[in-house]
Design a protein around this ligand. Structure first.
Ligand code: PHE
Length: 339
C-alpha cells in the first residue's frame, strides 16, 4: 500500500495542466468523493497496526499535495489568462480619445503667419528679455526721449539695462543686423508692459510685427499689403489709415477696418462708428535703417505691429482679455474645431 501511495505522490508532483478541464479531471480523480484518496482512506482500516503510522503519514502527504496542486494549477492558469487579457476583446469598439485644442492665441498667430507667408514673409523670432538698444535706442528712441513713456517698462536689471521687451519691434533690429535687404519678415511673440489689468488690457500680451525693406518700397505698398491682410483674415475690404506717431516710423499711421454696423455687437465694439482700430504702421524711419547699417538712400521699408489678443477677441467675440490666461478648459475646448 505504501508503494501505491508513493506512486500517486509522484503522479501528483508530475501533474501539469494548461486547461481548466484538465485540472478539474485531476481534482475528481484524486480528491473527488469517489476519488483515489477517498478509496485509500477506505482501505486504511485493513492496514496492519504496525504499518498504520507510516502509511497514515504518506496518505496525508498525498492528500495535501493533491489539494495544493489543484490550487496552484488554477492560480497559474488565471495569471496566464490575465496576461492575454491586456488586449482583451480585440473586436470591441475603441475607447474615445479626448483631443486637445490649440490655444486661440496660437490659432490666430498661425493664421496671420499663413496669410503673410503667401506673399513671401517668413517668421523670425527674438528674445523676450531684451537690452535697451534693441527695444528702444536702435528704434530711434534715445535715452530720456519722452516717447519711452508710451510703453511702461518692466526692468530686469539696471545699468546696463535689461528689460522685458515692450513690443516685438525689437526683433526688427536683430534681424536687420544679421540680414541684408530685401527683408520680408513677421515676428510674433510675447510682450510685457506695466499696465493695469482689465477686460481690455493686460501686462502680458502678444504682438505680430511686420517688416519689409527693399528698393522702392512706398506707402502704397504698405496700404495694399494691409488691405490684402484684412481681407484674408476678417473678410473685410475697407480700411483707413489715420495719421499717428511712432518713433521708429515716419510717417506713421493707425489702421482701422470698417467692421460694419449690422448688429448690436457691431455698435458696441465700434462705439457706434463702424470702425475698429487693429494696428499701428508706418514707413521705417531712416534713423532706424542707419542704426542697422542699411543704406537709407538706397532702401526704404514699412513696418507694422498688431496685438494678437485684440484680433482674437474680434474674430471669436471674446469679451475679456483675461480669459486667454486663465486656462479654463471650458473656454479653451471651444477652439477644437479651429485647431
Ligand atoms: N511697436 C508698436 C507698438 O507696440 C507697433 C508698431 C510696430 C507701430 C511697427 C509701427 C510699426 O505699439
Amino acid at each position: 500500500m505504501l508503494d501505491k501511495i508513493n506512486k500517486y505522490i509522484g503522479e501528483v508532483a508530475q501533474f501539469n495542466a494548461t486547461k481548466i478541464n484538465e485540472i478539474e479531471n485531476f481534482r475528481v480523480k484524486f480528491i473527488g468523493s469517489k476519488g483515489i484518496i477517498k478509496n485509500l482512506f477506505g482501505e486504511f482500516k485493513d492496514v496492519p497496526n504496525n504499518e498504520k503510522k507510516l502509511v497514515g503519514k504518506a496518505l496525508n502527504e498525498l492528500k495535501n499535495a493533491a489539494a495544493e496542486k489543484v490550487k496552484t494549477s488554477i492560480e497559474a492558469l488565471e495569471s496566464a489568462q490575465g496576461e492575454k487579457g491586456i488586449y482583451g476583446d480585440l473586436t470591441r469598439p475603441g475607447a474615445p480619445v479626448e483631443i486637445g485644442a490649440r490655444h486661440p492665441i496660437s490659432i490666430v498667430k498661425n493664421k496671420i503667419a499663413a496669410i503673410f507667408s503667401r506673399i513671401g514673409f517668413t517668421v523670425s523670432e527674438g528674445p523676450e528679455i531684451e537690452d535697451d538698444w534693441h527695444n528702444f535706442t536702435a528704434l530711434n528712441l534715445p535715452e530720456y526721449h519722452p516717447a519711452r513713456d508710451m510703453q511702461d517698462t518692466f526692468f530686469v536689471e539696471k545699468n546696463p539695462d535689461l528689460l522685458l521687451r515692450t513690443h516685438t519691434s525689437s526683433v526688427q533690429v536683430r534681424y536687420m543686423n544679421e540680414h541684408k535687404p530685401p527683408i520680408r519678415i513677421i515676428s510674433p511673440g510675447r510682450v510685457f508692459r506695466n499696465e493695469d489689468i482689465s477686460a481690455r488690457a493686460h501686462c502680458i500680451f502678444h504682438q505680430v510685427e511686420g517688416l519689409y525693406i527693399d528698393t522702392d518700397v512706398s506707402f502704397a505698398d504698405l496700404k495694399q499689403t494691409l488691405l490684402y491682410f484684412t481681407k484674408e483674415l476678417f473678410g473685410k475690404s475697407k480700411i483707413r489709415l489715420r495719421p499717428s506717431f511712432f518713433p521708429f516710423t515716419e510717417p506713421s499711421a493707425e489702421v482701422d477696418i470698417y467692421w460694419g454696423l449690422e448688429t448690436e455687437t457691431d455698435y458696441r465694439i465700434t462705439k457706434g462708428t463702424g470702425w475698429l482700430e487693429i494696428m499701428g504702421c508706418g514707413m521705417v524711419d531712416p534713423n532706424v535703417l542707419k542704426n542697422a547699417n542699411i543704406d537709407s538712400e538706397k532702401y526704404t521699408g514699412f513696418a507694422f505691429g498688431m496685438g494678437i489678443e485684440r484680433i482674437a477677441m474680434l474674430l471669436y467675440q471674446i469679451p475679456d482679455i483675461r480669459m486667454f490666461y486663465e486656462n479654463d478648459v471650458k473656454f479653451l475646448e471651444q477652439f477644437k474645431a479651429e485647431s
